[in-house]
Structures are given as C-alpha cells and as structure tokens.
Design a protein around this ligand. Structure first.
Ligand SMILES: Cc1cc2nc3c(=O)[nH]c(=O)nc-3n(C[C@H](O)[C@H](O)[C@H](O)COP(=O)(O)OP(=O)(O)OC[C@H]3O[C@@H](n4cnc5c(N)ncnc54)[C@H](O)[C@@H]3O)c2cc1C
Length: 553
C-alpha cells in the first residue's frame, strides 16, 4: 500500500491537469500531486492533437467575437459564463504558452492563424507541422519542472474518489506497474481526466480515454450534463491503410488548401444538407458528419463506407509547401495526393457534455473540481474546432487557482479510503475483459452513434446490461500483480459502462435533434428542448432532470 498526502490532487496530466498544477503552485498551494495513469503529459488527447488552438489574439479580433461563434455553434445550449471564460481566459493562456516558447507558427511578428469552420475569422493558431499537441504538452512538461512543489506520479490509475460527509477528501487506485494499492488524501481534488471516446468502435482516442472522470464524478455525488452530445469528427481517415499518422490529420490541410469532399460518384454534396462550403470549407462538424452519413446511407458512399477527400486540384508545389514533411510520410504510406483521393468517415472525437461546474470549476461536491474535456457545458451541443485545447488550458488555470484556495473539508478518514479501495483488493473469476470492451464499443457505435432512435437506444441499453452482467461485480484474478492488463480492462470497463449508461439515458430522454445529437425519430430542433439534461446517480439508477440553460450575464 502507498499513501500520499497533498493539498491539491490533480487526476490526469493532459493540458488541463498540467496547467492546473502550475497554477495551483503559483497561487501558493503548499504541495500539488499531479497523478496520471500513463506518463505525465503523454497519456490522453492533448499530446495527440495535431491541429489548431482557437483564441482571439489579433488586433482585429476580440474574445467577444469568438464567444459569439462558440454560442452559435453550441446550438443554444452553451453555458454562457463558461463559454465566456473559455474565450477570455483562453487569450491569456495561449499568450502565456507563447511566452513559454511553445512555437506557434508565425509570419514575422504575427502568429499564423487559419479560419476553421464556424469561426468568423482566422483565429486558430498552430505549431507546424501537425505538432500542436506535442508542442503544448512538451511546453507544459518543461514548466512543471520549474515548480518544486509539484510532485509527479505516473502509472497510477484512480478507480474511485473518497467521500466523507458529502465532501471529497481524496482518491484511491493502484499502481499499474506493481499492482500496489494507492490512497491519496487531499484538501482539494481536480478531475482532469479528459474525454470518453474510447467508448466507440471508431475513434480518435488513446487507450486512456475511457471516460473515467465522468464515472468518478457521478459516484462521488457530482452531476453531469450534456451527456448526449458526443462529437463525431467528420473526416477521420478511413482508407487506404495509413500507419503512424493521426486519423484526424486531414482537417487543417482541408482549410488551408480547400480539400474537396466528394461522394462515391465524386460529386460535392455538402450543399444538399444546408452546408455552404463555397471554397472556404466552413461547414461545422455536426453538419458534415450528418451529410457524410446520409450519403453513405443513400448508397452514395465511397467503397470503404465514407466519402472521398480530394486534393488533386492543388498543384504539387502548393501541396508540398502546405504539408511539409507530412507529404513524405504520406508517400511512405503509398499516398500521392496529386494522384490519389483518400477515404474519410466520421469518428468519435470529443465530448461536449460532462461534469457540471460553476465559474470556479467547482463541481456539486465540495472538495471536487473539474477542468478540461471532462467539464460539460462550455460548448453546448457542438464544439468549434480549436476550442478544446483552449478550454483545457483555460479551465485548468482556473481550477488550479481555485483548488489552491479551497477551504479544507473533514479530516481524511482511512476507513472511508479503505471502503473506496474495496474493489482494488477484491478477487473475482477469470473474464475476457478486452472482448467485453470491444462488445461495448460495437454497441455504442451501432446504436448510440451520431444518429439515434428509440429502438436503437433501447438495444444499446440492453447490450450495456448484458456486458455488465458478463463482466461481473468483481475484477478478475488476484490483486497486486504487476501490469495486469486484464484486471485494468475490468476497471476501465466498469467506468465505461456507467458512462455509456449516462450517454444512452440522456440520448433517449432528448426527443429532438440538436447539434451532435441527431434523433432519426425526432428530426426537428424544438425550442422547448433548449434545456440541459442533468444526471445524477450511478449504475443502480440514474436520475435525469431538465434544467434551464443559464442566461448570458
Ligand atoms: C487525436 C486528437 C486530436 C485533437 N486535435 C485537437 C486540436 O487540434 N485542437 C483542439 O482544440 N482540440 C483537439 N482535440 C481535443 C483536445 O485535444 C482535447 O479535448 C484536450 O486536449 C483535452 O485535454 P484534457 O487535459 O482535458 O484531457 P487529456 O489531454 O485527454 O488528458 C487527460 C489525462 O487524464 C488521464 N487519466 C484519465 N483517467 C485517469 C484515471 N482514472 N487515473 C489517472 N489518470 C487518468 C489520461 O491518461 C490523460 O493523460 C483532439 C483530440 C484528439 C483525440
């Protein structure tokens, strides 16, 4: 058993967690423990991101314009105060990253920016070539080392939070390399565990994005909102086989070069669905996902079941200039864009919903904060490109500052920690947990993907129940073994099943179509449904309440 005591515990070391740690330390937290199930700064989405970061940095821009675009994209469901923080604090954090030498691409004194879909002007900065996320992560890792009060603890997965008298007083889990149980006592705990897209068969996620934070929050008594809004990235790479490259790499080149999206008959089709690419490629993600899926359903898809993306109209020299060394990686994969179109299709990419927080990133449970993609509400029913990294950094900064100032709760109780640790020490019968994860991913993709109906969602619900029964109430095998991946998959599956429950329950309850949630049986957007669905409970039952969307101040 290993036990740690800290003032501020941060679970998850992506962009949000690392920024939170730095800010908590700057704001005077006595000590900060940054805990991560993978390696610090290398585990989740932040390090994988390759595209752009949105912030109103230039003189001809203003964070209020960015805010308006964010609200519009959110289809009426953004929490205006959170959206405003994303856009306003976003400017500060992106500038601070510049000061920390992240290396945003430049033209002389001006940062180079592209206009991504849904933004009214060019405000999405990046690090060439496809290096935005790695550069952001590297920069934050370097900054972490300047703070001696920040302890970094990798390879530890948190399985439960410790709650006492309605207050979070720490967390428990185990060390993956040794199997040793771990308990952590903390005055304030920040969930910075990222998204949930590993729940879907085709996704852009790392293996660490099982939605742990949503499940941890629910079981501790916090509330979730917007769980029905899973964002599908419309042009994830589908074919031909491509090794060593991010499946969502095509987007920035599409904006820069005007990549044409074509159906199986090589016709442009976005305008049939209300989109207006008109050479600027500004169709938002929900609409593009819808358009591609509808073309495939109508028998007009590409051979592998998606759409064609074509750069053949772009001269070779322009392609080389824009793609830089990426063109050689494509060549190594046998792809010559002057000759070949590639096939693309929607993949699960980001989650708009998540833990309900106030403007101090406080959840409904004292002692528990949240930051980054695990937070719900800022992006409403649909997120703008580039907003997620900005959200992670801005919300991380706020959460770190507020957690450093948090009032202490009840004294940590070893008995409460032992109770929370019960499953880590439990021993259950052998199970093929990896196969169960795959079964869950298939059920979610087939029945709770971007297009839903009541019958399909009922099938998803039944599949979740069957998989839960098959997984059983106890983790397979004996505790305390090193690198026990079968057992780790069971713990992941436990979180994934509860998160899947919450997506399906919210998707079933919302009988309209809006943003990333499209109900085939309720195709219209209804004004009555301009409300949020708030979830509480756990696997024994979820409560859903309709709550009004907060009004802008
Ligand atoms: C391939 C890809 C490309 C993207 N491109 C862009 C882009 O160009 N621009 C943009 O704005 N957004 C992009 N996004 C989205 C964006 O990267 C994320 O929303 C953002 O980085 C989330 O940051 P985060 O810190 O909240 O979470 P993450 O960076 O995902 O970090 C969460 C961390 O928590 C850890 N963790 C999770 N559960 C536990 C647990 N139980 N115990 C311990 N640790 C845990 C994970 O291992 C992970 O390291 C992209 C996402 C992906 C997947």
């Amino acid at each position: 058993m290993r036990h740690f005591t800290t003032e501020v515990l941060i679970i998850g070391a992506g962009g949000a967690g690392m920024y939170a740690a730095i800010e908590a330390s700057r704001q005077g937290a006595g000590d900060v423990l940054l805990l991560e199930r993978s390696l610090i700064g290398r585990g989740g989405a932040t390090v994988m991101a390759q595209m752009t970061v949105a912030a109103a940095l230039e003189a001809d821009d203003d964070w209020h314009f960015h805010y308006q675009d964010t609200l519009t994209a959110g289809r009426g469901l953004c929490d205006p105060a959170l959206a405003a923080l994303l856009c306003e604090v976003g400017v500060d954090v992106i500038r601070e990253m510049e000061g920390w030498k992240v290396g945003w691409a430049r033209d002389g004194n001006r940062l180079r920016a592209v206009q991504a879909p849904g933004h009214d002007r060019a405000r999405c900065v990046y690090v060439d070539f496809l290096s935005t996320g790695p550069a952001v992560s590297r920069t934050l890792r370097t900054q972490l080392q300047r703070h001696e009060r920040i302890r970094r603890l990798g390879d530890v997965v948190v399985t439960d939070l410790v709650t006492q008298e309605g207050h979070v007083t720490g967390a428990v889990g185990f060390d993956i390399a040794s199997g040793t149980p771990v308990t952590i006592e903390a005055k304030a705990t920040i969930l910075a565990t990222g998204g949930l897209t590993r729940l879907y068969r085709r996704n852009s996620a790392s293996a660490h994005m099982s939605g742990d934070g949503f499940a941890l929050a629910l079981r501790a008594g916090a509330k979730l909102l917007g769980m029905e809004f899973v964002q599908f990235f419309p042009i994830g790479h589908l074919a031909p086989r491509m090794v060593g490259m991010d499946p969502i790499m095509w987007d920035p080149f599409r904006y820069k070069l005007g990549g044409r999206l074509l159906n199986g008959a090589k016709e442009e089709f976005i305008d049939r669905y209300g989109g207006t690419d008109e050479g600027r490629y500004t169709t938002t993600r929900d609409l593009a996902t819808y358009a591609i899926t509808q073309e495939v359903a109508a028998g007009r898809g590409s051979p592998a079941g998606g759409a064609w993306l074509s750069f053949r109209h772009v001269p070779q020299a322009t392609l080389r200039e824009a793609f830089g060394p990426v063109i050689d990686k494509l060549a190594a994969n046998g792809i010559d864009l002057t000759r070949d179109d590639v096939e693309v299709a929607p993949i699960a990419h980001y989650h708009m919903g998540g833990v309900r927080v106030d403007t101090g990133m406080r959840t409904d449970v004292p002692g528990l904060f949240a930051a980054g993609e695990v937070v719900g509400g800022a992006n409403g029913a649909n997120r703008l490109s580039g907003n997620a990294i900005t959200e992670a950094l801005a919300f991380g900064k706020i959460a770190g500052a507020e957690a450093a100032r948090a009032a202490p709760g009840p004294a940590f109780s070893p008995a409460a920690a032992a109770e929370a640790l019960a499953l880590v020490g439990a021993e259950g019968p052998a199970r093929n947990t990896a196969a169960l994860v795959v079964a869950l991913q298939a059920a979610m993709a087939d029945h709770a993907g971007p297009f839903r109906d009541a019958a399909g969602l009922a099938r998803a619900s039944a599949a979740i129940a069957a998989i839960r029964a098959e997984a059983g109430p106890l983790p397979p095998g004996a505790p305390g073994l090193p690198h026990d991946m079968v057992r780790l998959d069971w713990f992941d599956l436990r979180q994934m099943l509860l998160v899947a429950d919450s997506i399906v329950a919210a998707a079933l309850a919302r009988t309209e179509s809006r943003g990333a949630h499209q109900r085939i049986d309720h195709p219209e957007t209804e004004e009555d449904w301009r409300v949020n669905l708030l979830l509480s409970g756990d696997e024994r039952g979820l409560d859903i309440t309709r709550i009004p969307v907060p009004e802008a101040a």
